[in-house]
Design a protein around this ligand. Structure first.
Ligand code: PEP
Length: 252
C-alpha cells in the first residue's frame, strides 16, 4: 500500500513568533514544488497563530507539540485540542519522549490525549521509543509493545489509519546518533506487525515516522526503507535550508 511520506519538524522550545515566521517564509519557496510529502511544522503554543498565518496557502501544515485531553476546564497552563483546531492546527504530537521524561507523561495520558485529538479532528503523531538502557537490555520490543498497547487502547481499526506513529529511539534524539537504516527498519517492521495483530489489515495504512538525528545526509536512506514513512525532526528542522534539503532527499 502506498503511504504518503510525512515529515514533521518539532521545534521544541525554540523560535519566538517572529523567528518562526521568518523560518516559514524562508521554507515556503524551498518546498513549494514538493507534492510527494506532507510537510508539518510544530511550533510552541505562542508561535502557532503567527506560523499558521505565514504558512497559509502553502503546502506547509501546522501541528502542536502537545494537547490536553479535556475540552476546557480547570487545568491551568494547558491547551485543548479544540482550541488548537480553531487556531488552525491540523496535527498534534503526543507522548514525545521529552514529555515522558520531564513531565510525567504515561501511556495512559498518551491515550487520553490521542482520543481528544481524534475527537477534534487533529491528526495525532503518537511517539514511542526505547531508552539506551532498554535497548541494551534487550527490552526494545517489550517497551514498544507496552507503549502501543497502552497508548492505542480503545482505538478502532477504522481510526488507526488516521494516526501517525513516530518511532523515536530516545538514545538517538538530539545526540547525533542515528539508528542505521537497517536497525530502524527492523524496529519499524516490528511495530507494523504489532499494529497488524491489533488492527488487522488496517495497519497497512498507518504511517510510521522515524525520529532521532534525522538530517539531510541520512533522510534518503532511512525513508527508502519499506516501513519508514517519513520523519519527526528536531534539530534539522530549525533551519529552513536543512529542513528543505532533508525533505527533498527523503522523497528523491
Ligand atoms: C525529536 O525530538 O523528535 C527529534 C527527533 O530530535 P532530533 O532530530 O534533534 O534528534
Amino acid at each position: 500500500m502506498a503511504r504518503k511520506v510525512i515529515i514533521a519538524g518539532n521545534w521544541k522550545m525554540n523560535k519566538t513568533a517572529s523567528e518562526g515566521k521568518a523560518l516559514v517564509e524562508e521554507l515556503k519557496p524551498l518546498v513549494s514544488e514538493v507534492t510527494e510529502a506532507e510537510i508539518v511544522v510544530c511550533p510552541t503554543f505562542t508561535t502557532i497563530s503567527t506560523v499558521v498565518e505565514a504558512a497559509a496557502g502553502s503546502n506547509i501544515k501546522v501541528g502542536s507539540q502537545n494537547i490536553h485531553w479535556a475540552e476546557s476546564g480547570a487545568f491551568t497552563g494547558e491547551i485543548s485540542a479544540v482550541m488548537l483546531k480553531e487556531a488552525g492546527v491540523e496535527y498534534a504530537i503526543i507522548g514525545h519522549s521529552e514529555r515522558r521524561q520531564y513531565f510525567g507523561e504515561t501511556d495512559v495520558t498518551v491515550n487520553q490525549r490521542l482520543k481528544a485529538a481524534l475527537a477534534a479532528n487533529l491528526i495525532p503523531i503518537v511517539c514511542i521509543g526505547e531508552t539506551l538502557e532498554e535497548r541494551e537490555g534487550g527490552k526494545t520490543e517489550k517497551v514498544l509493545f507496552t507503549q502501543l498497547e497502552g497508548g492505542l487502547a480503545d482505538i478502532t481499526a477504522e481510526q488507526i489509519g488516521g494516526i501517525v506513529i513516530a518511532y523515536e529511539p530516545v538514545w538517538a534524539i538530539g545526540t547525533g546518533k542515528t539508528a542505521t537504516p537497517e536497525m530502524a527498519e527492523e524496529t519499524h517492521n516490528y511495530i507494523r506487525c504489532q499494529l497488524k495483530d491489533m488492527f488487522g489489515d488496517a495497519a497497512e495504512a498507518v504511517r510510521i515516522q522515524y525520529g532521532g538525528s534525522m538530517k539531510p545526509e541520512n533522510s534518503a536512506e532511512l525513508v527508502a526503507q519499506k516501513n519508514i514513512d517519513g520523519g519527526l525532526i528536531g534539530g534539522a528542522s530549525l533551519k529552513a535550508e536543512s529542513f528543505a534539503d532533508l525533505i527533498k532527499n527523503a522523497i528523491a
